[in-house]
Design a protein around this ligand. Sequence first.
Ligand code: NI
Length: 183
Amino acid sequence: MILPIVAYGDAVLRKETENISPEHPNLKDIIQNMWDTMYNAHGVGLAAPQIGKAINLFIVDTTPFEDEKYPDFVRVFINPEILEEWGEEWEFEEGCLSIPNIRENVSRPSNLRIKYQDEEFNWHEEEYEGMAARVIQHEYDHCQGVLFVDYLSGLKKQLIRNKLSNISKGGARVDYKMRLPRN
Ligand code: NI
């Protein structure tokens, strides 16, 4: 089921999320709904807070990037924890389904190691680099209540202030359904 994506300005996007157990109610449905919602909006990642749930869970599908290193990178990350980040910081123009029509350069380390549980709640510890790492870092941030616009300079923030305010009032033009802030 396609769900509306929570727009910038909602408090749920600022919450530190909680880890979940295999008994979490309707978990299978939540994950399926997140896939449906992400693909409908042509995203490469989606975190649970973006559908209004403050739980530590995100999904990733970077196949549109045609990254040779990770050609079929489609994953559910449950209770993820980034253990280490290293490598050269590189800039990439990020966007976010909760912050439509704004894209800005964000600098992040190239490599990371993450531990997480899969849908069967088995633990994994893996290393990623490049675009796969980038998407993980962005989605992981969502689960800490952090958004990519937080990394912008004061001047850049000033320049997009009106756009952000417009998004939080429902003024963004998007081809997917959004949920206005409920604070
Ligand atoms: Ni995002």
